[in-house]
Design a protein around this ligand. Structure first.
Ligand SMILES: Cc1cc2nc3c(=O)[nH]c(=O)nc-3n(C[C@H](O)[C@H](O)[C@H](O)COP(=O)(O)OP(=O)(O)OC[C@H]3O[C@@H](n4cnc5c(N)ncnc54)[C@H](O)[C@@H]3O)c2cc1C
Length: 496
């Protein structure tokens, strides 16, 4: 029987970073009690990428699927709460805006709140939309609890990704995943159909499998090294190809949000954890020398450095197929989008969930693979557009980096979205998109796009009625805010 025709019983995961252990945990949970074998191979000598600390709210769905306890998870990963991202200098030097999670106002008569808000602005109303989004106000006040009497406080987490991988390792091993330590030296293919039959370790051990999950990081040992799948690059729109990361001491209670500051050749992140701040400078090596990037990051650290600089190189883009033959690439092996909106761990999660939904029992069906790839690549593209929007609408021309960005143009899909918003106030999105109307509204207006119109239904409310509803929304948010403890208190109650 050729490899193509074999039922899927032996699953081999190559790589033990966040991607590998997230895949192992989810597969272990999904296939518990069945006759499958699950093996994870990793090499301590090679190590992991060692960064990746901010997430988006659906991380809670993944943790819930595994049945993790939120308090224990936060303690184990030194986690803090993320209510959104503060963007400094992105809409021009000295400019600031906040991209929150949660909802901006409430839908009224079936249309999004921002249409009413645009009408209110056109009539000369107060321009601060913050009081209509609980998460923005909680971030400003440094407050958090997961729930108020009126509903949830939408949030993601910041965590130590290495600690998360370790935590999931314990979980996956308890579900029967077998860990193999060592370096994969060779990947063997079936001469008939090119499917992977086994991996050979440097010490001579051979591990056979029916399905291989490539979590080997940027190198894509199986998906690219063995299967030569090809890579679609987006460096034209996203020229940042390097980063330098360095943790530092933190001072006082951590802020419940990520900071992203636009710099001369890219941007700098600050991610507060319980025991330290994560910092990094993501930059274009065509515009900034590596040593100079490190020097600049050091000079701008908010506290004393706690470790040596970690230098990284990458290419924005994705494999031309995320699932090729009997290999599915998860994590950096599948593609990379810079962490401006903290989406890599989310892409790991959705790739795993998509794999679980379509997991083959018998032979691998090409229609299933085609559907998987179509959905996966669509997701990459919509997130890519959201990330590019921050750069393309930056209004900056103070360095050659920003001037080159301005000259790079836009993908058609993003240009359509921006033009539709500018002309009508409508945000074009599809159900299931990670970023919905609140997210797009925050970033497009934060970056200076001013719609010329709004939805006609928003004209249906009399001026006094609109003013009364805005007042009700504001007071609802301030009541909720008053219920929240400080972020520091919340963490201390968890046993920080
Ligand atoms: C600068 C930067 C900042 C980031 N920030 C964020 C963020 O804020 N939020 C976010 O969601 N994501 C972020 N990411 C992405 C995030 O770090 C990764 O998505 C995540 O850590 C998953 O990495 P991985 O497991 O795919 O790869 P890796 O961590 O590189 O793991 C690869 C694994 O494969 C193993 N391996 C490789 N070759 C072999 C071999 N020959 N034999 C045996 N084992 C092998 C390695 O030992 C390792 O265990 C960031 C990435 C970068 C570069």
């Amino acid at each position: 029987m050729s490899a193509r025709q074999r039922p899927v019983r032996r699953i081999v995961i190559v790589g033990g970073g966040s991607a590998g252990w997230m895949a192992a945990a989810a597969l272990g949970r999904a296939l518990a009690g069945q006759s499958h074998t699950l093996t994870l191979v990793e090499s301590e000598a090679i190590g992991t990428v060692g960064v990746g600390e901010a997430t988006v709210p659906p991380i809670h769905e993944f943790n819930r699927y595994l049945g993790l306890d939120q308090a224990e998870f936060l303690r184990a990963t030194h986690g803090t709460i993320k209510l959104g991202i503060q963007f400094d200098g992105w809409g021009g030097v000295g400019h600031r805006y906040f991209h929150p999670f949660g909802f901006f106002g409430v839908e009224m008569s079936g249309i999004h709140f921002h249409h009413y808000w645009l009408r209110h602005l056109a009539a000369g109303g107060d321009a601060d939309g913050g009081p209509y989004n609980l998460e923005t106000m909680a971030a400003r006040a440094g407050r958090f609890a997961p729930m108020t009497r009126h509903g949830p406080v939408h949030h993601a987490v910041h965590f130590d990704a290495a600690a998360y991988a370790q935590y999931l390792r314990g979980y996956a091993e308890a579900k029967g995943v077998v860990r193999v330590e060592g370096r994969v030296a060779d990947v063997r293919l079936d001469p008939e159909d090119g499917f992977i039959t086994s991996i050979a370790m440097a010490d001579g051990r051979v591990i056979e499998g029916d399905l291989f999950v490539d979590c080997s990081g940027f190198r894509g040992l199986l998906i690219e090294g063995a299967l030569a799948t090809g890579y679609a690059e987006w460096s034209h729109w996203l020229p940042c190809d390097s980063a330098v990361a360095m943790p530092c001491e933190n001072d006082g209670d951590p802020a419940p949000y990520t900071c992203s500051t636009a710099r001369e050749a890219g941007w700098q992140w600050r991610i507060p954890l319980q025991h330290r701040d994560g910092n990094g400078y993501v930059y274009s090596s065509a515009h900034l020398d590596h040593d100079e990037a490190e020097r600049l990051l050091r000079s701008r650290l908010p506290g004393a450095a706690l470790a040596d600089a970690n230098r990284l190189r990458f290419n924005a883009g994705h494999r031309k197929a995320i699932w090729n033959r009997n290999c599915v690439a998860v994590g950096l092996a599948g593609g990379f989008l810079e962490p401006l909106e903290s989406t890599s761990i989310h892409l790991i999660q959705t790739t795993i969930i998509r794999l679980l939904a379509l997991l083959p029992r018998d032979a691998i069906d090409p229609h299933v693979v085609a559907r998987f790839n179509r959905d996966a690549l669509h997701e990459y593209e919509t997130i890519r557009d959201f990330v590019i929007a921050h750069y393309a609408l930056s209004n900056r021309d103070d360095t050659s980096f920003w001037r080159d960005i301005a000259a790079a143009g836009l993908p058609d899909s993003l240009a359509e979205r921006i033009e539709a918003f500018r002309a009508t106030g409508n945000i074009l999105f599809e159900p299931g998109d990670l970023f919905g109307p609140t997210n797009w509204y925050a970033v497009l207006t934060g970056q200076g796009v001013r719609p010329q119109s709004w939805h006609p239904i928003a004209d249906g409310l009399a001026n006094e009625e609109l003013a009364a509803r805005l007042a009700t929304l504001r007071s609802r948010v301030s009541e909720q805010l008053a219920e929240l403890p400080t972020h520091g208190e919340f963490l201390r109650r968890l046993g920080r």
